[in-house]
Ligand binder design. Structure first.
Ligand code: NAD
Ligand code: G6P
Ligand code: MN
Length: 441
């Protein structure tokens, strides 16, 4: 069996150790020769890399790990690039969330003005990775889950139309795991779904067991009463903010009783309540910095200090095994059915063919083949048109360095009440993002 070489771009990510440990669990199905870590923050990556090296030495000594900040070294002779960069790191996520909140607007990582600001930073970061990959390993595929995935996907569609880049999100997977749990199933792989929408902006229209029986009535009943809450034991529910988000799906679902929604639609349907429940001094970025980031870096430092990972509290990110499913689909032509972020091109018949939509695809060695969604209802279509408008305007604003288009994008976001507020937020975001954004004209 061929052994693959992989680059993890954003090697210093909080998700890297969990993903590497997950990859170790799947070596029988997806053999790996070398993992290369690439980051532009050498010190941050070193802590993660040194700890991962000890983990590998103890659990898969034949595998090689190379950490580098040199693109040539990191991207040469690889089969896959798994990309999860956060341009501006948590310091900038904090500002993405706090600046809109100062103006009474939703402050969120990927939705509303915060997501737009993050998008303007991520576009050049991800394009640079694509270019490195094509220069040093022209046959490789990029599996990208760097956020904001909707804007990044539109940017790669438009600016790198022939590149082998697959954009994917873990949110539907995470929700499907909760749905499976509530149905009393072992895994989400026991059912098949139909879903359509944009990234962080979509709806399940059908969920069926492998015999073809609809599970939808039971799923709808649960979500309409409890949202995606389970018995409280899931990892997400243990975090207060995620717990609220999962429960809030109940109110979101009421808008369309025949489907069940992506949780992040709450930011568009209930922005006022979201702001009321936010603490402008302590947002999700603060929670993650005090929680996940601190935990991962402390654990890695412990491994380094002790020279062993035998008693580490770091755990396998089983949830991230969808990345292996995707890599296997490409490598072995498995034709797995997966939700992917792809150019619509007629799959949703009554929708912009150039929009990047999140829909079921059959993934094989040539990439994703889209399934036909058909016609979508007026409510969803209108919401999606508005949101696609935002995402396309951001990419145009980036390309043209246009203040006007970015102002239009923020004004068009359903999270923003009017153009004056949009302008005030934009002016603050420009100030905060000077080191990252093109200078807008
Ligand atoms: P993190 O800040 O811990 O890690 C990101 C790393 O990227 C950092 O080490 C940083 O130095 C590095 N980086 C930033 N800009 C770079 C560049 N231009 N080139 C190379 N490296 C660069 O962040 P995290 O919380 O671990 O998240 C990582 C990314 O994964 C984020 O974009 C996050 O939104 C995304 N994510 C996506 C999904 C999804 O469903 N699509 C799920 C989880 C996380
Ligand atoms: C979900 C989304 C991701 C997002 C993450 C944020 O998994 O699909 O796109 O990055 O939530 O989680 P966090 O714990 O960083 O707030
Ligand atoms: Mn996502």
């Amino acid at each position: 069996m061929k052994k693959f070489n992989i680059t993890i771009a954003g090697g210093g990510s909080t998700f890297t150790p969990g993903i590497i440990m997950m990859l170790l669990d799947y070596l029988d199905e997806f053999p790996i020769d070398t993992i290369k870590l690439y980051d532009n923050d050498e010190a941050r990556q070193k802590t993660i890399a040194d700890a991962c090296e000890i983990i590998l030495k103890e659990r898969a000594p034949e595998m090689k790990l190379i950490a580098s900040v040199d693109p040539e070294e990191a991207f040469t002779n690889v089969d896959f690039v798994m990309a999860h960069i956060r341009v501006g790191k948590y310091a900038m996520r904090e500002l993405d969330e706090k600046i809109p909140l100062r103006h009474g607007v939703v402050g969120q990582e990927t939705c509303g003005p915060g997501g737009i600001a993050y998008g303007m930073r991520s576009i050049p970061g991800v394009l640079e990775l694509v270019d490195y990959m094509e220069k040093y390993s022209p046959d490789a595929w990029m599996l990208n889950y760097s956020n904001p995935a909707a804007i990044v996907a539109e940017a790669t569609r438009k600016l790198r139309p022939n590149s082998k880049i697959l954009n994917i999100c873990d949110m539907p997977i995470g929700i499907e795991e909760l749905i499976a749990k509530n149905l009393g199933l072992e895994s989400r792989k026991e059912f098949e779904v139909n879903y359509y929408g944009l990234n962080h902006f979509g709806w399940w229209t059908d969920i069926r067991d492998k015999k073809g029986n609809s599970l939808m009535p039971e799923v709808i009943r649960h979500v309409s009463e409890h949202g995606y809450a389970t018995d409280g034991s899931s990892e997400l529910e243990k975090q207060e903010s995620w717990n609220n988000t999962l429960k809030k799906a109940r109110d979101v679902q009421a808008l369309d009783p025949h489907t069940v929604p992506n949780t992040y639609l709450k930011y568009y349907f209930f922005p006022t309540q979201e702001v009321e429940h936010s603490n402008p001094e302590y947002t999700r970025a603060n929670e993650v910095m005090d929680g996940r980031e601190k935990f991962i870096f402390t654990q890695c430092q412990n491994i380094i200090d002790k020279g062993t990972a035998k008693d580490t509290e770091l755990t396998v990110d089983e949830h991230a095994s969808y990345i292996v499913d995707l890599a296997k689909a490409i490598a072995y032509n498995t034709k797995e059915r997966m939700l992917m972020i792809v150019e619509n091109q007629g799959s949703i018949i009554n929708f912009d063919p150039t929009a990047m939509v999140e829909i079921p695809c059959i993934v094989g060695s040539n990439g994703p083949e889209k399934l036909v969604v058909g016609e979508i209802p007026r409510f969803q279509k209108a919401l999606m048109e508005q949101q696609v408008g935002v995402e396309k305007l951001v990419v145009e604003a980036y390309e043209e360095a246009s203040y006007q288009k970015l102002w239009q994008a923020i004004t068009l976001s359903k999270t923003v009440p009017n153009a004056a507020v949009a302008k005030a937020i934009l002016d603050d975001l420009i100030e905060a993002n000077k080191a990252y954004w093109p200078e807008l004209k």
